[in-house]
Unconditional design. Structure first.
Length: 155
């Protein structure tokens, strides 16, 4: 833990920090997921190709949302990238596993098409469940001075 970071003092503060970190992660993941699902579905790609694109874009957007303020703080790109990787990798990974597994196991969700309520409802549901299951992951990381805790000195 760096000398600049102070872990939240109470369980409530820690949970609040974890929720904020997970919302940050959800934003990047949702942008990437939705864009990937839309592009893959629109192009008629297989479920596998669509999921791979969605995951790649989720990581790209997730890391981009983290690295931008870190770069603004004056950190060099290589160091800022290291902060983004440390802050978000586990959180995005958990969110992506949960979200994509749910999209694949909800009957018909991946094949429903972009005009279907099933597609959009399943995607919203899967992102919501991914959020709920990722909050405890971020809570543990932050309590140990890891995850989004490594970013606090750059805000």
């Amino acid at each position: 833990m760096s000398e600049h970071h102070h872990a939240p003092a109470t369980g409530r503060e820690l949970t609040r920090s974890a929720i904020q970190a997970t919302l940050h992660c959800l934003t990047g993941c949702a942008i990437g997921e939705v864009l990937g699902m839309v592009i893959g579905t629109w192009l008629g790609w297989s479920n596998f190709a669509t999921v791979v694109l969605s995951i790649a874009l989720a990581f790209l957007f997730g890391y981009s949302l983290t690295i931008t303020p870190v770069l603004r703080s004056g950190l060099a790109f290589k160091a800022a990238l290291g902060v983004a990787l440390a802050a978000d990798t586990l959180s995005i990974t958990v969110m992506e596993i949960v979200d994509n597994v749910l999209m694949l196991v909800i009957p018909g969700a991946m094949d429903a098409g972009l005009t279907s309520w099933l597609f959009w409802g399943a995607l919203a549901f899967s992102l919501a469940i991914a959020f709920v299951l990722t909050v405890p992951v971020n809570r543990v990381l932050i309590s140990r001075g890891r995850g989004h805790a490594v970013m606090h000195q750059y805000h």
